[in-house]
Design a binder for this molecule. Structure first.
Ligand SMILES: [Zn+2]
Length: 180
């Protein structure tokens, strides 16, 4: 079987932001999910569970761990939106469960060793989430003002606060910026 053409997660995230006319941060991921027709459900889950998604009768349902830090919940929502945008056939009538945030963060890296099966869709959803939460327009502005110095913690922390993402997530996004 020939390998299927894969979506470009960064371009897909950019297109979603354009479609929803979002030009500011923090990116309202809950509003994006709702505008896509999804229902968000927050419930207390085991700590290793970050989120889940499935589409039932054409209606997407996103489950989020109510016990997690809000930044982590935002990442989980963005990750699930990525599945909805890019992998809809895989989540229809079949619950997709996401575990272990640390593994997900590692999977954000382009050089991640895993290249088969579900790992590909997780990497794509993570790249989508990073590009959605840290939009191109924001990065370009910050780069223009030379505020991205990976060795200097304070500006990164400040940017992460504005974006309402973890510092770690922002660093991954900066390190994995598409070449231009
Ligand atoms: Zn996933």
């Amino acid at each position: 079987m020939a390998p299927a053409r894969r979506p470009n997660p960064e371009k897909t995230a950019h297109a979603v932001l354009e479609r929803m006319a979002i030009h500011g941060v923090p990116v309202p991921v809950d509003r994006i999910a709702k505008d896509m027709g999804a229902t968000l459900r927050y419930s207390p889950l085991d700590d290793e569970l970050s989120g889940m998604i499935f589409v039932k009768d054409g209606r997407p349902i996103i489950g989020i761990n109510a016990l997690h830090h809000p930044n982590r919940q935002r990442f989980s929502i963005a990750h699930e939106i990525g599945h909805l945008e890019m992998h809809r056939d895989l989540i229809t009538e079949k619950v997709h469960v996401d575990k272990e945030f640390r593994i997900e963060l590692r999977a954000l890296r382009r050089d991640a060793a895993s290249a088969l099966g579900t790992d590909i869709i997780e990497i794509e959803a993570n790249r989508f989430a990073a590009a959605l939460l840290v939009p191109d327009f924001f990065i370009e502005k910050a780069l223009a003002s030379r505020r991205f110095d990976i060795d200097d913690d304070a500006p990164i922390e400040d940017l992460a606060r504005q974006l309402r993402v973890s510092k770690q997530m922002l660093e991954y996004r900066i390190r994995n910026l598409p070449k231009r």
